[in-house]
Ligand binder design. Structure first.
Ligand code: NAD
Ligand code: DAU
Length: 363
C-alpha cells in the first residue's frame, strides 16, 4: 500500500480517488481534518476496503511510527500542509507547525521505518514531497518560466514554509539517502476545491449574489492546471522519477486573475443566467491587494515531459467548464464546507459588508 498524507484535502482527495480508480493498490490516508480536510470528498469510497482513513497529525511521531510499522507502505505521498497564502499572512503559526516541523517529523519517521526494510524494499521505497511553484518567488512579465534550477525566493509566510520543507526533503535525501522525490506544481483547480481560493470563491460568490473580490488591479498571472493532471503527474513521478530530483509541474496556461474571473462569469451567464438578465461580471469588485502579492508565476514543465513523458491532458477551456459544472451540480458540498469557521474566515478577510453585500462595478 501507499501512505498519503492530507488525503482529505483538495488535491489529496482527488489523488486518492484517481489512484483507486486506476488500480487496486490500497491507500492509507492520514489527515488531521483541519478546516480544509473533508471526508465528504471521499464519500464514494465508503465501504471500500482499499481506503483506510486515519485522523491524525503528521507531527505525531508515535502515531506515524506505529502506522508505518503496522501497514508497511512502499511509498509516502506527502500532501498535508496549510495551503492558503492569505491565511498565512493573517497568522503563520500553523504553517510553521505543519509545513516545516510536521514535514521534519514525517521525514524522520519515514527514515526510521526505511532503515528497517530489506535491501530490495529499501531501494524501491519512495517519499514523494508535494510542493509548489511559489517557492521560486515572482517573475517579471517577460521573464522565462521557472525551471527546476531557478533560485528559491519565497515571498509569503506560506511559500517560505513550503521552501523550508523542500530543503528538508532535499537534505534527507542527500545526507541520509532517503529516496525522496519532489514536485513543484502551479495553481490547481477542479472539483472539491475549498472556496477560500480564487476559482471556487468566485463561482460560489457569483451564485450567491455576492461581490467577486479581485485583489488590486487583477493583472497578477498564475499558471493554471486541472487537478486531475496534477494527480497524473504525481503518479508518473512516483512510478519513474529519479530519486533526489525535483520536477516542475504546470499547465502551460498563464492567465491574469481578471481573465479567470471573466471566464467564470461568462460560463455562469451561459449555464445559470442571472434572473435579472445581467452578467455576473456586474458583481466584480476590486478590493485591497494582498500584501507582498507575487505578480506572476509560470512553470517550465519541459523536464517532466522530456524525462517522464508527462503532459497535461486537459485544456483550460475544458477544465474550467467541468469545474463550473461541478460546482453547479454539487451545492450541498458547498453548503457543507461553509461552516461557522468558514464564515469567520470570510468576515476576517473581506469584512462583513464585503462578504454579504451585492454590489460592485463591472470591470
Ligand atoms: P488543502 O488545504 O486543500 O488540503 C490540505 C490537507 O492537509 C487537508 O485535508 C488538511 O486537513 C490536511 N492537514 C493539514 N495539516 C495537517 C497535519 N498537521 N497533519 C495531517 N494532515 C494535515 O491543500 P491542497 O490545495 O490540496 O494542497 C495539497 C498540497 O499540494 C500542499 O502541500 C500544497 O502546498 C501543495 N500544492 C497545492 C497547490 C494548489 O494549487 N492548491 C499547488 C501546488 C502545490
Ligand atoms: O501556485 C501554487 C499555489 O497556488 C499553491 O501552492 C497554494 O497552495 C494555492 O493556494 C495557490 O496559491 P495562490 O495564492 O496563487 O492562490 P489563490 O487562489 O489564493 O489566489 C490566486 C490569485 O487570485 C492570487 O493572485 C490572488 C488572487 N485572489 C485570490 C482570492 C482568494 C483574488 O484576487 N481575490 C481573492 O479573493
Amino acid at each position: 500500500m501507499i501512505l498519503v498524507t492530507g488525503g482529505a484535502g483538495f488535491i489529496g482527495s482527488n489523488f486518492v480517488l484517481d489512484w483507486l480508480a486506476a488500480g487496486n493498490e490500497p491507500v492509507l490516508n492520514l489527515d488531521k481534518l483541519t478546516y480544509a480536510g473533508n471526508l465528504a470528498n471521499l464519500a464514494s469510497l465508503q465501504g471500500d476496503a482499499r481506503h483506510v482513513f486515519v485522523q491524525g497529525d503528521i507531527g505525531d511521531s508515535a502515531l506515524v511510527a506505529r502506522l508505518l510499522a503496522e501497514r508497511r507502505p512502499r511509498a509516502i505521498v506527502h500532501f498535508a500542509a496549510e495551503s492558503h497564502v492569505d491565511r498565512s499572512i493573517h497568522g503563520a503559526q500553523d504553517f510553521i507547525a505543519t509545513n516545516i516541523v510536521g514535514t521534519f517529523s514525517l521525514l524522520e519517521a519515514a527514515r526510521a521505518y526505511w532503515l528497517t526494510l530489506d535491501e530490495a524494499d529499501k531501494a524501491a521505497f519512495r517519499f514523494l514531497h508535494v510542493s509548489t511553484d511559489e517557492v521560486y518567488g515572482t517573475l517579471a512579465p517577460d521573464a522565462p518560466a521557472f525551471t527546476e534550477k531557478h533560485a528559491y525566493e519565497p515571498n509569503s509566510p506560506y511559500s517560505a514554509s513550503k521552501a523550508a520543507s523542500d530543503h528538508l526533503a532535499r537534505a534527507w535525501h542527500h545526507t541520509y539517502g532517503l529516496p525522496v522525490l519532489t514536485t513543484n506544481c502551479s495553481n490547481n483547480y477542479g472539483p472539491w476545491h475549498f472556496p477560500e481560493k480564487l476559482i471556487p470563491l468566485m463561482i460560489v460568490n457569483a451564485l450567491a449574489g455576492k461581490p467577486l473580490p479581485v485583489y488590486g488591479d487583477g493583472q497578477q498571472v498564475r499558471d493554471w492546471l486541472y487537478v486531475k493532471d496534477h494527480c497524473s503527474a504525481i503518479r508518473r513521478v512516483l512510478e519513474a522519477g529519479r530519486t533526489g530530483e525535483t520536477y516542475n509541474v504546470g499547465g502551460w496556461n498563464e492567465k491574469t486573475n481578471l481573465a479567470i474571473v471573466h471566464t467564470i462569469c461568462d460560463l455562469l451567464d451561459e449555464m445559470r443566467p442571472r434572473p435579472d438578465g445581467q452578467s455576473y461580471r456586474a458583481q466584480i469588485t476590486h478590493v485591497q491587494d494582498r500584501p507582498g502579492h507575487d505578480r506572476r508565476y509560470a512553470i517550465d514543465a519541459r523536464k517532466i515531459e522530456r524525462e517522464l513523458g508527462w503532459r497535461p491532458a486537459e485544456t483550460f477551456d475544458s477544465g474550467i467548464r467541468k469545474t463550473v459544472r461541478w460546482y453547479l451540480d454539487n451545492p450541498e458540498w458547498v453548503q457543507g464546507v461553509q461552516s461557522g469557521a468558514y464564515r469567520e474566515w470570510v468576515a476576517a478577510q473581506y469584512g462583513h459588508e464585503g462578504a454579504d453585500a451585492r454590489t460592485g462595478a463591472a470591470s
